[in-house]
Write a protein that binds this ligand. Structure first.
Ligand code: AR6
Length: 169
């Protein structure tokens, strides 16, 4: 297994799967969600809508997979991170579920690489250090069969520095 740390825009990556930090409506939004839909084009939103029509909103901690439109990736996995409410509302479990369920879908798809943004650490307000610890612990604890490379993509310096010390200490 290879774990990589990158700083920048996740939409530019050439990996099999890009993970999106979505909301339960799957209808898009700001932050990385907005960037993925902008770069990927309307086919992603179309498939998100079909999924919601069939299954209803995507619950927190769950993940669904769509096409990747114009992105270089093969697929996008949309997962819904928890809104931070102080830590007493099972936020850590919900965030771990996001990483776990995304990896599970990637394994089912038999892909070999996947890139994650720092789920919930933007608008959803999850403290960055704590979120990174959950992310790294969950990914490191996962048993991989097909996936050979996981990329942690940080957009801001603070997250990048936190991940650097967690991954390379
Ligand atoms: N590439 C990689 N990371 C990015 C990018 C990018 N292009 N843009 C932002 N980030 P956020 P959340 C980082 O707010 O907290 C949306 O409106 C950003 O710096 O995108 O899970 C959804 O629709 C931060 O570290 O997602 C939901 O309503 C991380 O991505 C809500 O925001 C996550 O920030 C989800 O909130």
């Amino acid at each position: 297994m290879k774990f990589e740390l990158l700083k920048g825009d996740i939409t530019t990556l050439e990996v099999d799967i890009i993970v999106n930090a979505a909301n339960s409506s799957l209808l898009g939004g700001g932050g990385v969600d907005g960037a993925i839909h902008r770069a990927g084009g309307p086919s992603i939103l179309k498939e998100c809508k079909e999924i919601v029509d069939e299954q209803g909103n995507c619950p927190t901690g769950e993940a669904v997979m769509t096409n990747a439109g114009n992105l270089k990736a093969l697929k996008v996995i949309h997962t819904v991170g928890p809104v931070w409410k102080g830590g007493q509302f099972k936020e850590a479990q919900a965030l771990a579920n996001c990483y776990y369920n995304s990896l599970k879908l990637a394994e089912i798809a038999e892909v070999s690489s996947i890139a994650f943004p720092n789920i919930s650490t933007g608008v959803y307000g999850y403290p960055k250090q704590q979120a990174a610890e959950v992310a790294v612990k969950t990914v490191y604890g996962f048993v991989f069969n097909h996936v050979k490379k996981v990329v942690f993509v940080c957009y801001d310096d603070q997250n990048y520095n936190i991940y650097s010390s967690l991954l390379f200490q």
